[in-house]
Write a protein that binds this ligand. Structure first.
Ligand code: SF4
Length: 70
């Protein structure tokens, strides 16, 4: 299975923390709770389900997961 990339629209993100709860290996919220960090912008196959869950559950649809071609 190909790797995927994950992107977040920071204009839309409300830093709810939902993605960090569902996919803690990919997303994290900084210590003061004001900024989302993307730990793994390239998502390996074993974390794909977590990435898809975060994409589906983001309350403002700010996450886009794209499968890399090739
Ligand atoms: S779930 Fe969506 S709104 Fe919440 S921190 Fe992640 S990207 Fe931002």
């Amino acid at each position: 299975m190909a790797d995927a990339t994950v992107e977040v629209n920071r204009d839309t993100c409300i830093v709810s923390g939902m993605c960090a709860s569902l996919a803690p290996d990919i997303f994290d919220i900084d210590d003061d709770g004001t900024r989302l960090e993307i730990l793994r912008p390239t998502v390996p196959p074993e974390l794909m389900d977590d990435a898809r869950s975060a994409e589906a559950c983001c309350p403002v649809s700010a996450i886009t997961v794209t499968i890399e071609e090739g």
